[in-house]
Design a protein around this ligand. Structure first.
Ligand code: HEM
Length: 467
């Protein structure tokens, strides 16, 4: 029998062992254990064991090359099942494969092109909010409004117009359920309690889920009755059929996929935009280069799928920001057939953690990793996917289905926001990353929004109307 990877011994919590510290502050302890114990180690708690793997070739092994041995998601995804059901993020094995095949075409590039104008319109709408914040001149937390913006965009992409009346309810319920999921992650013993126990929080959670289901099932029902009247993600999901059988998705499966795309598709992108604003505020020289590029290339005719490619520096700044603050800071799998990594046995059922943030931050792979340097992503310098040191959207067959969607949104937001505004940090403000499901800023990101005057040779009437 192969030996197990070495176990972390210290520090130890009296009940949860070292797992307590992995839970409380993984961004501190995982790098420290990599340093002290090695690139592969086991963390044990009364609730189970997990192996952390911290070498590019082993991460590639788990996520891509030997993916067949790691077809299940790790235990921590259980909390997501409350909201996602058996949607794309949480489903496994053959069922997942079939669903991914059905859903993939909805995220094809030419479909995204059709969402471009809507994304621009929503980003321009956001400018009036920025204008108000700049007039107030007070510190302003950009995270909640950005989350609202990305939720609004994914709702429109999913349901086109149907969601107008229910958008506020949908986002309120999703916020309640997100909060519930976060609590569960902070206090894993809550997994042991039946959710039927009537605590006030359980009550709110059950009501939010019930109301959200009612809205989503309602939209699905009315769509089934009038199938040809829309051109959105939901209509694609409704018409997607399995090859051979011609079978479509049940209402329940549709609900799970809709909810998954809703949640996976907004918080991640909102966090990414918040962190980019933070990094640019801390790095005025890089911000100057970004603004210079935007002013020099601002298209008279407005942003389009063709001209957005002009903003190469903006794109590099986004990529670098996703390196420094990967919205999904780690991914996990469960071993589905006995395997071996680096001479150690990985038994069936073992949870395996791939700490994406470690690969993005390690001085082994990056010069001055703490420096915000978008030029790392110049074509001649950027790391190739085979190096597995940069994978904010995951890797292998289960990598992010919405990566182009997210990058398109981030490009549009950055170009439009910085065309008219800059962001300053209030004196003494430091953002703290909180590594739960996503790497969100613990106390938000406070900024002071400053209006700037874009060069007049390229006037922008659609914005001047809100000033
Ligand atoms: C900056 C934004 C985003 C980041 C950093 C991100 C990151 C990721 C990562 C790392 C995974 C892999 C998870 C794993 O291996 O367990 C993933 C999966 C997924 N993402 Fe994203 N994501 C982003 C935006 C989006 C958007 C906009 C959508 C949808 C509109 C989306 C939908 C999904 C779905 C459905 C999956 C599951 C794919 C599968 O297992 O087949 N994501 N994402």
């Amino acid at each position: 029998m192969k030996p197990s990877p070495p176990s972390v011994q210290r520090p130890r919590h009296w009940l949860m062992g070292p797992a307590y510290f992995a839970q409380r502050n993984p961004l501190k302890w995982i790098p420290q254990w990599i340093e002290e114990v090695g690139d592969i180690f086991t963390i044990t708690s009364p609730l189970g064991r997990a192996v952390v793997v911290a070498r590019p070739e082993w991460a590639k092994h788990v996520l891509a090359d030997a993916y067949h041995h790691y077809q299940s998601k790790s235990r921590s995804y259980a909390v997501l099942r409350i909201l996602f059901g058996n949607g794309l993020v949480t489903s496994e094995g053959e069922f997942w494969r079939g669903q991914r095949k059905l859903i993939q075409p909805a995220f094809h590039r030419h479909r995204l092109d059709r969402l471009f104008a809507m994304m621009v319109e929503r980003a321009e709408g956001f400018v009036s909010l920025l204008q108000r914040a700049s007039s107030a001149g007070q510190p302003w937390d950009v995270c909640p409004p950005l989350s609202q913006l990305t939720l609004d965009i994914i709702s429109r992409a999913m349901f086109s117009t149907d969601v107008e009346g229910s958008a506020a309810d949908v986002s309120r319920h999703i916020a309640t359920l997100n909060e519930f999921a976060l609590r569960m992650l902070r206090h894993p013993w809550m997994f042991l309690l039946p959710r039927s126990i009537p605590t006030p929080f359980n009550g709110r959670q059950v009501r939010a889920l019930r109301d959200l289901n009612r809205i989503v099932y309602g939209i699905i029902q009315s769509r089934r009755q009038l199938p040809d009247e829309h051109d959105d993600l939901l209509s694609m999901l409704l018409s997607a059929c399995e090859e051979g059988t011609g079978r479509g998705m049940t209402d329940e499966q549709l609900r799970d996929e809709v909810m998954t795309i809703f949640v996976a598709g907004h918080e991640t992108t909102a966090n990414a935009m918040s962190w980019l604003i933070y990094l640019l505020a801390q790095n005025p020289e890089q911000e100057r280069r970004l603004i210079e590029e935007i002013d020099a290339n601002w298209p008279e005719e407005g942003l389009t799928t063709e001209n957005i490619g002009r903003f190469a520096f903006v794109r590099r700044a986004i990529e670098e920001s996703l390196r420094m603050f990967p919205s999904i800071w780690s991914v996990g799998r469960r071993c589905t057939a006995d395997d071996e990594i680096a001479g150690y046995g990985i038994p069936q059922g073992m949870n395996v953690v791939i700490p994406i943030a470690h690969f993005h931050w390690s001085a082994r792979y990056w010069d001055e990793p703490q420096r915000f340097d978008p030029d790392r992503f110049l074509p001649e310098r950027r790391p190739g996917p085979e190096q597995m040191i940069y994978f904010p959207f995951g890797a292998g067959p289960r990598s992010c289905i919405g990566n182009h969607f997210a990058l398109q949104e981030l490009m549009i937001f950055t170009v439009i926001f910085y065309r008219h505004f800059t962001f300053r940090l209030p004196p003494g403000f430091t953002a703290v990353p909180d590594p739960l499901i996503t790497l969100r800023p613990k106390n938000g990101i406070q900024v002071i929004v400053k209006r700037r005057t874009a060069p007049t040779q390229n006037p922008t009437p659609e914005i001047s109307s809100v000033v």
